[in-house]
Design a protein around this ligand. Structure first.
Ligand code: TXA
Ligand code: MG
Length: 325
């Protein structure tokens, strides 16, 4: 794979120009954003977008997020409301550029879809790539479908050893470590679809009187409270190769139960840790435990508030079993 290392704050102009050219010609570029690494293609080139689905092994009914540097650019893809007081502009003003995505009515260039997810990234490398290519960039996370999202360049290389990507821009570790917060606004009523580092509390603060609808299932990562011990694999995502057990309960009990899994188990502690750091390192730690060849990954749950909602959403999706102690 053609890999180019850049300064994440001030990426080399020649490298970014080369990457922009690859994108314009329909190629695929893996690049850092402030959330996770993205696998970018020219959003207006259907062949390039089809290749993204193919190399990721992504189900065709799971749409991609489009990345632009400004509202004016994103207007080519999404329909923004006429009302300047709309929640859309309140949220855009508060959280763009940044780790935040809005689902809006689409302009119709993706024939089969009524809505489109758009975001303005803040990472200097993402911004430079959009600028150098002149494209709106469709970019899912740069992992094989179902694997943990990549937060470092080697995570991308690990998933795409056999190729499929034209260029990997290595800009070091990403900042947030979890994918962007996704809010659906296409009906006018804001609905949280995916929690992230822009928290529900931050969103509600900006929305003021307008209520943010949250899906009660979301914190469960798609599982129900009724069957907490069910080992159902159905909703597994973000998953390491090693089975992950999520323990939720008092820190001392969690530690004691974690010990019972033996010396070969890898433990991911949460109690007393900075939640932002837990988020930033989570996907890296899952891949790292895979590399170390631990027998099982035992993760400690966190409170489902603030950024904890996003951490638990990812952990529950990655887990083969959630145990409430
Ligand atoms: O942080 C991020 O969002 C990263 C970086 C690369 O920007 N991208 C990312 O993309 O996480 P991906 O494809 O892994 O996740 C996109 C999420 C999926 O849950 C998808 O279902 C949802 O956004 N999505 C995309 N378009 C949508 C739409 N029109 N309606 C509802 N959900 C949509
Ligand atoms: Mg993804």
């Amino acid at each position: 794979m053609d890999t180019a290392k850049v300064d994440p704050e001030k990426p080399d102009k020649d490298i970014m120009a080369r990457a922009g050219e690859v994108l314009r010609r329909g190629g695929l570029i893996a690049f850092p954003t402030e959330t996770v690494y993205g696998l970018g293609a020219d959003a207006l080139n259907p062949d390039a977008v089809a290749r993204v689905y193919k190399v990721k092994g992504r189900p065709s009914d799971n749409p991609l997020i489009l990345h632009g540097n400004s509202l004016a650019e994103l207007e080519k893809a999404a329909i923004f409301p006429r009302d300047p007081d709309s929640a859309v502009y309140k949220l855009a003003e508060s959280f763009w550029p940044g780790p935040f995505t809005m689902v809006l009515p689409g302009q119709g260039f993706q024939e089969d879809k009524k809505t489109v997810a758009v975001r303005i990234p803040s990472h200097p490398v993402s911004r430079a790539l959009i600028a150098a290519s002149g494209c709106i960039i469709a970019a899912p996370s740069a992992n094989k479908s179902g694997r943990p999202s990549p937060t470092q360049a080697w995570h991308v290389a690990e998933d795409f050893e056999e190729g499929g990507i034209d260029m990997l821009i290595d800009g070091g570790p990403t900042h947030a470590g979890l994918e962007s917060t996704v809010v659906d606004l296409h009906t006018g009523t804001p609905r949280l679809l995916r929690p992230g580092t822009i928290t529900a509390e931050m969103l509600q603060n900006t929305l003021g009187e307008i209520p943010l609808i949250t899906n009660p299932d979301m914190a469960q990562g798609g599982r129900t409270e009724d069957a907490p011990l069910s080992p159902g694999m159905k909703y597994r995502h973000y998953a390491p190769k090693t089975p992950l057990i999520l323990l939720v309960g008092h820190p001392e009990t969690v530690r004691a139960v974690a010990k019972s899994y033996g010396d070969k188990a890898g433990f991911l502690p949460a109690h007393g840790e900075d939640p932002n750091k837990i988020a930033r390192d989570l996907f890296h730690n899952l891949r790292w435990f895979d590399r170390m060849g631990v027998s099982v990954i035992v993760a400690e749950g966190v409170k489902e508030e603030g950024i904890g909602l996003a951490i638990m959403n990812r952990l529950k999706k990655a887990a083969v079993e959630v145990i409430y102690l």
